[in-house]
Design a protein around this ligand. Structure first.
Ligand SMILES: Nc1ncnc2c1ncn2[C@@H]1O[C@H](COP(=O)(O)OP(=O)(O)O)[C@@H](O)[C@H]1O
Ligand SMILES: [Mg+2]
Length: 338
């Protein structure tokens, strides 16, 4: 590859994805002490040939279990880490080669560590950002006012960061990430450890940021409610590989999940004799729970039970997304072992 920047704006144009990954890999060399004077070198493939594109204005969830490679991906997207292989572009920029230029166009929030100055009042951190990013004065003031109001930080600007609660600090970090009007915001576990109120404040803010300002958002989270409330599209990563990329609803089919038919009978009876693969998974007095494949209609099962049992009431429960994803991870783990 040449060192020239020419042509680098092509991929970020209207015809290309705003964020583009093609076969991106990241391999870490880890040295492990295995005994006295003995060290073993091990290669960890944290990200394994990942390809996806995100269009301008999308809000995408990026989820997966611990150690899946989410943070490593985000770090490559900011230029903190250089990919071991593959091609990566954000707004047409190769992040690791032009990290500073990219920094003016992206914002990033790491839930696990703050970008704010620990001993300084919030406002001083923002003043430093103002200078660092060379944000024009009027724009800085306008953004600061708007963000501080939206994230309800007005009373906290004079408080040193170390005295803030986790939720307050997180909101402070989000303001810091957005003062320079970035086109894309990466959030790595922004709701981790937050109380319910702070979580909903953050979610509401992100929704508004995305719909009203069109900011592209890539959201990594453990909290599937974040995804359910914010993202139409979700990408699932496990062991560095992209397992799923699509609508949240589609996960149900991929995960081979099950729905539950909850049946109230007139009286306590032995488990209902249901046609496989449907089966009784729980009995509590006159109430019985039957699992059946999420992709199938409940009608035949309901008809059969209604015909053969003294049925009083019934309802169908959708699989919860958490269970679906657990199944996906489980299957992947089994495949990795065998
Ligand atoms: N700097 C590093 N050096 C060595 N291994 C790393 C480093 N960063 C991450 N890893 C490893 O890469 C894998 C993916 O980590 P990470 O991207 O942090 O996962 P996630 O954010 O999904 O929890 C893990 O096995 C982790 O231990
Ligand atoms: Mg992480």
């Amino acid at each position: 590859m040449s060192g020239s920047e020419s042509g680098s704006s092509r991929a970020g144009g209207p015809e290309g994805g705003f964020i583009e990954l093609d076969g991106v890999e990241k391999v870490f060399e880890v040295r492990k002490k295995t005994g006295f004077m003995k060290r073993e070198r091990r290669r960890v493939r944290a990200v394994d040939s990942i390809s996806f594109r995100v269009e301008r204005g999308e809000m995408v969830g990026y989820i997966g279990p611990n150690g899946a490679g989410k943070s490593t991906t985000i770090k490559m997207l900011t230029g903190i880490l250089t990919p071991s292989a593959g091609r990566l572009r954000v707004a047409g920029i190769d992040p690791s080669r032009e990290r500073t230029r990219l920094a003016h166009r992206i914002g990033v929030v790491f839930g696990q560590r703050t970008t704010l100055w620990w001993d300084l009042p919030l406002l001083d951190s923002y003043r430093l950002m103002h200078r660092m990013y060379r944000i024009p004065d009027a724009r800085y003031r306008e953004n600061l006012d708007r963000l501080v109001e939206l994230l309800d930080l007005g009373d906290l600007l004079d408080v040193p960061v170390r005295q803030l609660s986790l939720g307050q600090r997180m909101r402070g970090d989000i303001v810091a990430a957005l003062l320079h009007d970035p086109e894309v915001l990466y959030l790595d576990e922004p709701t981790i450890g937050l109380d319910v109120i702070s979580k909903s404040k953050v979610r509401e803010f992100l929704r508004e940021l995305n719909t009203e300002r069109g900011t592209t958002v890539l959201l990594t989270t453990h909290d599937l409610q974040d995804i359910e409330q914010l993202c139409r599209r979700v990408m699932v990563i496990d062991h560095g590989r992209l397992m799923y990329d699509g609508a949240l609803a589609g996960l149900h089919e991929v995960g081979e999940s099950e729905r539950t038919l909850v049946v109230d009978l007139e009286r306590e009876l032995p488990p209902i004799d249901a046609p496989a693969p449907a089966r009784v998974v729980r009995v509590e007095g006159p109430r019985q729970w039957l699992a059946f494949p999420a992709g199938e209609s409940a009608a035949p099962l309901v008809a059969r039970i209604a015909a053969e049992y003294p049925l009083v009431d019934l309802s169908v429960r959708e699989p919860d997304i958490e269970a679906v994803i657990a199944t996906m991870y489980g299957e992947q783990a089994e495949r990795a072992i065998s």
